[in-house]
Design a protein around this ligand. Structure first.
Ligand code: DON
Length: 569
């Protein structure tokens, strides 16, 4: 049991912010190709890239490019994301392709004259909600620095599918229904993604010729094909005509940043994951650190670690404490001093866990004062036969992003500006609150929860990630605990989920996570439970057994994705 076997005070717990991560262990023996993504057409494109001699980085670009066409509700050229790239010797880097706030953005841009949040939800709907996209930059940058094939080869499937069309599936149907009212407002969106203002039926063909042309421009001219020249001019003109504030210079100024991943040592496992401006890596490091400072069997000496009620109680208290620090301290590291060393100090984490009382929920509000207050997404996992690995989580935020499609370029814009704290204490679309560290400023990147992660233990290697807004971090956390417990890829992605994010002070869960008896037991401890009324997440996982070399992969049964493993000899 992962929770029980944790050493009481571990000298192994160190979190390093190092480029290249920890010392290399055995490079991986030649083995299998594996791709897991949220859509079968994207997985097939990734496999084709690998079989045509591309490496994992080529395959990740090919997979993501198709996802940007067939999952317009999740990610695309109008969005951004985080790409964790690992070489066979475990050199690891994080490519930050997160959106940036346009130069004309201001701290209070979503508030009305009375300082209240504008009722039109301008941080969510329409072109004012869009940050400057990083996804096209990620394709160009990763292709130039890490891939083996020309960018055109990696974009060709996406270009073909954008031109010829793809068929509406159940997921498209549901997510478009969710956003239909906003999608109807914008003529190009209506024309491309709806039929007579209604969501097209499953099986209908969606063609995106303007997007195909934009992808062609990227294939021909690389970075400048999007950020400079005719595409950039057209984008800015479409955005401004609809009331947005983008300028040509915003696109010219966009930069990809390579960052040192957060590296976590936990028992015999090493994890590489996302640094700020994602909150995922710091939160995971805090959660694993808290488990080591106050292990389950110290809190519950007489209870088995797989007792569902005690396990939930313990993990929820860990989650709550990490999300509290997220709300206060995390933001874009290029704009905000994040006290990383302090947040990850074992003594601090031990102190945070000291007030966990067995059998009793800790009210979120009681956590104040420990420190001075300083202050529909997608995922793909890829591995090639030489052991290069990619874990990438990509997003345009809510389903169909801002719902604004630039007619001239076919680019559907994100609404990631809502991931900023638009007013201190006011929850965003995921109920997350934030403060100064995550306030809006020109050129700044909004805080994210995207947590693409790679883990290697003595036994297994895992490439894991999922969409799901604020719940991403806890899904990856629970998934990693399952992998450490020896669960199969299938069982890990299928496991029922629960989540706590400090505020609101409730345990959110899927409809079938807890039995009525378990709910009663948790309520008796003071927890409020909130059934979110649907399943959430869309995890894509690749697992490799380090001794046998056997590779397995699984796509979350909640989605329509596909995971494929092919042995190479
Ligand atoms: O970066 C973030 O944290 C969010 N924009 C992710 C949104 C997301 O996962 C939506 N998917 N269900």
């Amino acid at each position: 049991m992962t929770l029980a076997r944790t050493p009481r005070i571990s000298i192994l717990f160190t979190v390093l912010l190092l480029l290249g991560g920890c010392a290399a262990t055995n490079p991986q023996q030649p083995g299998s190709l594996a791709v897991a993504s949220a859509h079968p057409l994207a997985t097939q494109a990734g496999l084709r890239a690998l079989e045509a001699g591309g490496n994992a980085f080529d395959a990740a670009i090919a997979t993501a490019a198709v996802l940007s066409v067939v999952e317009p509700y999740s990610a695309g050229l109008g969005g951004g994301g985080f790409w964790l790239l690992q070489q066979p010797d475990q050199q690891t880097t994080l490519v930050d392709a997160r959106e940036k706030a346009p130069a004309a953005s201001t701290r209070d841009m979503y508030l009305d004259a009375n300082g209240e949040v504008h009722p039109d939800k301008l941080s969510i709907n329409g072109p004012l909600a869009a940050g400057i996209p990083g996804q096209p930059g990620a394709f160009a940058y990763i292709n130039e620095h890490y891939a083996e094939r020309p960018l055109r080869a990696n974009l060709q499937d996406a270009i073909r599918i954008a031109r010829q069309g793809f068929h509406v599936d159940q997921r498209y149907h549901e997510l478009a229904e969710w956003r239909r009212e906003v999608m109807q407002r914008y003529p190009a969106t209506r024309q491309t993604f709806l039929v007579d203002g209604k969501v097209p039926p499953v099986g209908a063909l969606i063609r995106q010729p303007a997007l195909a042309d934009t992808l062609e421009a990227l294939a021909d001219r690389g970075w400048d094909g999007f950020y400079d020249g005719p595409v950039a001019q057209q984008l800015v003109s479409d955005v401004q005509a609809a009331g947005g504030i983008w300028q040509l210079q915003d696109l010219k100024d966009y930069t990809i940043v390579e960052r040192q991943p957060v590296v976590i040592h936990y028992d015999d496992a090493t994890l590489w994951t996302t640094p700020p401006p994602s909150s995922g890596g710091i939160a995971l490091a805090q959660m694993f650190g808290m488990m080591q400072q106050r292990p389950f069997d110290e809190v519950f000496p007489d209870t088995p670690a797989d007792d569902p009620v005690a396990r939930t109680h313990y993990l929820v208290e860990v989650m709550r404490r990490a999300y509290r620090d997220r709300a206060i301290y995390l933001g874009d590291p290029d704009y905000t001093d994040i006290p990383v060393k302090h947040l990850l100090d074992p003594a601090y984490l031990g102190k945070r866990m000291a007030n966990l009382k067995p059998g009793q929920a800790t009210p979120s509000q009681s956590l104040e004062g420990d420190l001075d207050s300083g202050t529909h997404t997608t995922h793909l996992s890829v591995m090639d036969a030489d052991g290069r690995k990619v874990s990438a989580t990509l997003s345009i935020n809510l389903p169909f992003g801002s719902a604004f499609l630039s007619s001239g370029t076919g680019v559907l814009l994100n609404d990631e500006m809502d991931d900023f704290a638009i007013k201190p204490g006011v929850p965003n679309a995921y109920g997350l609150v934030g403060g100064e560290a995550n306030s809006i400023a020109p050129g700044k990147r909004p805080l994210s929860s995207m947590t693409p992660t790679i883990m290697t233990s003595d036994d297994r290697t895992a490439i894991i990630g999922t969409p799901g807004g604020s719940r991403i971090i806890t899904m990856v956390y629970l998934g990693l605990l399952d992998v450490l417990d020896g669960k199969s890829a299938e069982a890990t992605v299928s496991d029922p989920r629960f989540h706590h994010q400090y505020l609101p002070d409730v345990i959110q869960h899927e409809p079938d996570t807890f039995t009525p008896e378990q709910k009663t037991a948790l309520e008796a401890m003071g927890y409020e439970l909130r059934d979110v009324g649907r399943h959430y997440g869309n995890m894509q996982l690749i697992l490799r057994d380090r001794e046998s070399g056997e590779t397995t992969a699984a796509a979350d049964p909640r989605g329509i994705g596909q995971a494929v493993v092919k042995p190479v000899r």
